[in-house]
Design a protein around this ligand. Structure first.
Ligand code: SR1
Ligand code: MG
Length: 401
């Protein structure tokens, strides 16, 4: 079937004809449920019955802005990433049923019994397994695609399948460039204009961001998810699934860590509004977020080191000093990229509901400025922090009541 954009009508018939999930005569209903910036997402379910499936289809451009190039092939990248995630991180990513290379459509497991983490956190829910699962997911998905966890020659061949220039360009522009100058697609609330423009004049900050951008563009350290924010993670109290890896490419591991860490801090700032009526509950929830922030790093660090000790035996690489140096660099990268991810969601294109849903402009501005100040310190001090406690101390210092 040549490429055509699906509608609710055609997606329903597509699911009937192209999957073996439903009996032929099943009465099906279909709803477009995509709330992301790029794709169409359809949920097809039996009207009476429990069977259901998700179809995710690429559009030939970004859904949020059709002037932004986002080629159809991202669906192939996503489907191949999901296969690898299922292999290396069992149970921590959605299962795919089928990839249609002509329709650029992925048919996958329906996770409607889960909630998108961003939504759950805005509502003030806690997820006790999140740190354990995401720390393990990042450690395993990246380690097995580094030069330490796979054969370096095979890695170079694998890299060819995950060259993702247009989606990398979106990140290079929206995360690592545009927030630091007067770019046309920035979105800056009038109340924080002065603070946002301070960053544009801040040559020291821009130098550090430029070093992170260079790393993003040049360090093919491992196959990374590329967009692991709280909108790319489904959760229940018991389970965690990292989805939407269409930005996947061989890049710096710290970028995935920074995405989730930075988005936890965005939520932390936003609770000034969402939990405005209960200071004690807000304080407790913020402690949960900061514990999760710390624990994601700790679990990642523990798992990555264990994999290293189990698999790295070559003479140069198995030097224990190299392991320590490697982990210290990942830590600094994670904090630096977290700062970049936080800043872009305050002043750039594609902001986050945590902050955007705050209707009170004064409270929103306070939260936004706390994020920008924290982010700046993350980026500037990333190589001098000695522990996660010191990083958390920065968050607490800028925390508004
Ligand atoms: C034009 S795409 C905007 C953003 O949506 C995705 O989730 C990525 O974060 C991207 O930067
Ligand atoms: Mg996405």
């Amino acid at each position: 079937m040549p490429y055509v954009t699906l509608t609710e009508e055609t997606a329903r018939e597509y699911a009937r004809a192209n999957t073996s999930v439903f009996p032929n005569d099943a009465a099906l209903e279909c709803k477009e449920i995509g709330d992301g910036n790029l794709n169409m997402v359809f949920r097809i379910a039996e009207k009476s019955g429990t069977r259901s499936v998700i179809i995710k289809q690429s559009l030939p451009h970004a859904r949020i802005d059709d002037s932004i190039a986002a080629p159809l092939d991202r669906a192939r990248i996503e489907s191949e990433m999901l296969v690898l995630h299922d292999r290396h991180c069992q149970g921590l990513a959605p299962k795919i049923h089928h990839y249609d290379r002509e329709m650029y459509a992925i048919v996958m497991e329906d996770l409607s019994d889960h909630v998108v983490l961003r939504k759950g956190l805005i509502q003030g829910n806690t997820y006790p397994k999140l740190a354990e699962h995401i720390g393990e997911f990042i450690a395993r998905s990246t380690f097995f695609t580094t030069d330490l966890g796979m054969d370096p020659e095979e890695k170079k061949v694998l890299q060819k399948s995950f060259v993702n220039p247009e989606l990398c360009k979106i990140t290079e522009d929206l995360v690592l460039s545009n927030p630091y100058f007067d770019a046309a697609n920035n979105r800056i609330d009038v109340e924080i204009r002065e603070r946002a423009e301070q960053n544009w004049q801040d040559s020291e900050l821009k130098l550090q961001v430029m070093q992170l951008k260079e790393k993003f563009m040049t360090q093919a350290q491992a196959l990374i998810h590329g967009d692991l924010h709280t909108g790319s993670i489904f959760v229940t109290k018991e389970t965690t699934k990292a989805f939407d890896p269409e930005f996947g490419f061989f890049g710096p591991i710290g970028f995935d860590l920074g995405a989730i860490l930075g988005n936890l801090i965005l939520n932390h700032a936003s609770q000034q509004w969402h939990m405005r009526d209960d200071a004690a509950r807000r304080a407790a929830f913020r402690l949960y977020l900061l514990d999760t922030f710390r624990e994601i790093w700790n679990v990642f660090d523990r798992n990555f080191r264990a994999l290293w000790k189990q698999h790295v035996t070559t003479p140069m690489e198995s030097n224990p000093l190299y392991l320590e140096n490697y982990m210290a660099r990942l830590f600094a990268d994670a904090i630096g990229f977290a700062g970049c991810k936080m800043t872009r969601r305050i002043v750039g294109l594609a902001q986050v509901a945590d902050i955007r849903s705050i209707p009170d402009t004064a409270v929103r501005a306070q939260a936004q400025i706390a994020v920008l100040d924290t982010a700046r310190e993350f980026i500037m001090k990333r190589e001098s922090y000695r522990s996660m406690d010191e990083v958390v101390e920065t968050v607490r210092r800028y925390e508004a009541g």
